[in-house]
Write a protein that binds this ligand. Structure first.
Ligand code: MSP
Length: 639
């Protein structure tokens, strides 16, 4: 029989930031689903990776004096290392700077162009670099703020290729209508539908104002343009399967499940299916959007220093406990709050009291009554009713999981555990033993073991290692075979001797992390303090020089930027574009001296080349340029 296939994806993560709880959440849900499909015996492919192009990454790299590629290599490596440490079972980790991805994207662009969906025009509008998104005037808040992240947008006017998104409005509405579960959860789907109904405008899909992106296919003979980062990024879901190259893994397309955060649902539920339709490819089966995490009720941000570092949480509380907490605590699609208190409550009550304790009770009772032997022979004779009730919950649990209701899935499994715990209280095997009804008492112990086995199998995708330990104690292995036997075919465990294992979930008495975590405060997001120390040689890699400002003018249409001509004692002055307009008038800068980073790779800012960066300090009272105490010869080194 041909195996059913499953293809699960996470978004690919921007490399301008190190992994935080939000990234871990998406990845852990996706990992859980991939493990679930494997458990059911599906031929499964699980994809994750990093999104490395675009203006945001270019600027993040340049501001650290690094090339975008160096910077992307470093941060992409951190994502991969964390997923490896977290035992994320990905089959491929794609990087958008991979040569094969680039070739696949160019192929897709050409195919979309050939099918008449791409044309050349001129784009003028507002662009949010942080979200890498274009907005119309009416979408902006206070005339120039991004409606998604609240940051200032930039006015961009440039030649651009457009994708005929407007052509796909009706087809998309048809898809939402025909395929009930194409976008999950339902509430999010309704938001997408009403957005599309407002009308779709064609989408600008190339940029000329910066370089860090994939060039157009050479056949287009248009070197100026690089691809819009979202076109490049979305296509990863098929280039990873070999689209435009070696297509053998394209057999996994269409995706079974594409996980995204609510902030990027629009790209996945509108642009992405439109691109696929243009390419003549089938649409994904489910696009599922989760909510956002806050910390102790507050939005997380670097400046507040309250960003939850998933590695620190996993190290302190245990990776699988953390996985359980994330999936159990929040209804999928809604925002959730991280607090150590909530995590500790889950560990102590759900995991320790209800799950771990059950295994201890089975070990204790079987040891006392039957030399640790467990025999299921009479389970169906005495406890058929309990098994049936458990199977009802197990069935509902699976339905919930397939609908991405991860919290309800776990709730149902815990209802099955409650039946096991209640059976012990209700049937009091210790009394039965005394009254000479040992057959019944041993059947009660065995039914509890059987319930625990069934729950462990379905819990396995969430807590892979812990559930294998439980299974080992109960003398079986979690696999597709055991899933078929115990979940699909109502089989019961063979007779066995239970293994004595130490408690699986020791109680947590007090918070294990200090709040907020100091290593993530302010701008120190990238590295822990000790990792960020540099040698003197590294310091001198940055060439700092004194410059004299010869000219200063405003950059038209920019609220922040001034264009300066700065004498660094070189043949000709350097042009530097700096975000200081709110703090200095051009006139006040003339003939004053500043401190300049002189060996930065030139960057384009709003279409203007900037050949250096000036140093300044900023606090809540404003910004001050760093200047020499006494006038120095232009070009003097600083250090
Ligand atoms: N690079 C794009 C995705 C391209 S996919 C073709 C991107 N990257 S991201 O790194 O900014 O975000 C990745 C995921 O992290 C998103 O799904 C986003 O929703 C999620 N989260 C970021 N912060 C989050 C929280 N505070 N809470 C939960 N998830 C959040 O977008």
């Amino acid at each position: 029989m041909k195996k059913e296939k499953a293809f699960v994806t996470t978004p690919i993560y921007y490399v301008n930031d190190i992994p935080h709880i939000g990234h871990a959440y998406t990845t852990i849900i996706a990992d859980t689903m991939a493990r679930y499909y494997r458990l059911k015996g599906y031929d499964t492919f699980f994809l994750t990776g990093t999104d490395e192009h675009g203006q945001k990454i270019e600027e993040a790299a340049l501001s650290r004096g690094r090339t975008p590629q160096e910077y992307a290599d470093e941060i992409s490596g951190k994502f991969r290392a964390l997923w490896d440490e977290f035992d994320i079972s990905y089959d491929k980790f794609i990087r958008t700077t991979d040569a094969k991805h680039k070739a696949g994207v160019q192929k897709a662009f050409k195919n979309m162009f050939d099918s008449g969906d791409i044309y050349k025009g001129e784009y003028e509008g507002h662009y949010c670099v942080s979200c890498e998104t274009f907005f119309t005037d009416t979408q902006l808040i206070d005339e120039n703020l991004c409606p998604d992240c609240g940051k200032e947008t930039r006015i961009v006017k440039e030649e651009s290729y457009f994708f005929r998104l407007s052509n796909y409005q009706e087809k998309l509405l048809q898809w939402y209508n025909d395929d009930e579960k194409c976008v999950l959860p339902k509430g999010k789907k309704s938001e997408v539908i009403s957005f599309v109904k407002q009308g779709l405008r064609d989408l600008s899909i190339t940029r000329t104002s910066f370089d860090w992106g994939i060039k157009l296919p050479s056949e287009m003979n248009d070197d100026k343009h690089v691809m819009y980062v979202w076109l490049d990024a979305l296509l990863n879901y098929i280039t990873a399967l070999g689209y435009g190259n070696d297509e053998k893994n394209m057999k996994y397309w269409p995706a079974t499940l594409q996980l995204v955060g609510k902030d990027i649902l629009r790209f996945h539920a509108i642009y992405w299916p439109a691109f696929l339709l243009s390419l003549g490819l089938p649409l994904p089966k489910h696009i599922a959007a989760h909510g956002w995490w806050t910390r102790n009720g507050e939005k997380m941000s670097k400046s507040k220093g309250n960003v939850v570092n998933p590695k620190e949480v996993a190290d302190a509380y245990g990776l699988e406990n953390f996985r359980y907490f994330m999936l159990r605590e929040v209804p999928f699609g809604q925002d959730g709050d991280f607090s150590q208190k909530a995590l500790i409550d889950r560990i102590n009550s759900d995991l320790s009291n209800e799950l771990g304790n059950l295994l201890n009770r089975i070990i204790g009772m079987s040891g006392k009554y039957n030399d640790f032997k467990i025999s299921s022979t009479n389970v169906k004779k005495y406890h058929q009713k309990e098994l049936e009730r458990v199977m009802e919950h197990i069935k509902t649990a699976e339905i919930n999981l397939n609908d991405m209701q991860t919290n309800r899935f776990l709730e149902e499994l815990w209802k099955a555990l409650t039946i096991a715990n209640q059976s012990i209280t209700l049937y009091e095997p210790w009394v039965k033993m005394k009254e000479g009804e040992s057959e019944f008492a041993l059947a009660t112990v065995a039914v509890v073991a059987n319930i625990l086995a069934r729950v462990s199998i379905l819990l396995h995708p969430v807590m892979p290692k812990t559930t294998q330990k439980i299974a080992k104690a109960l003398n079986f292995e979690i696999s597709n075979d055991s899933y078929n036997n115990f979940i699909q075919n109502d089989k019961i465990l063979n007779d066995f001797i239970i293994e004595k294992v130490p408690p699986l979930f020791p109680k947590v008495e007090a918070e294990l992390l200090s709040t907020p975590q100091p290593s993530l405060k302010e701008e120190k997001t990238e590295d822990k303090v000790e990792d960020s120390l540099i040698t003197i040689d590294q310091f001198f890699e940055t060439k700092l020089k004194i410059g004299t400002i010869l000219e200063a003018v405003e950059v038209p249409k920019s609220k922040k930027l001034l264009k300066l001509q700065v004498d660094l004692g070189e043949e000709k002055p350097r042009q530097i574009v700096a975000g200081i307009k709110e703090f200095y008038t051009p006139q006040s800068l003339l003939q004053t001296q500043i401190c300049v980073v002189a060996n930065l790779k030139p960057a384009k800012i709003m279409g203007l080349v900037s050949e250096g960066m000036l140093l300044a300090a900023k606090d809540e009272n404003g910004l001050s340029l760093m200047r020499p105490e006494k006038t120095k010869i232009s070009g003097s080194s600083v250090g």
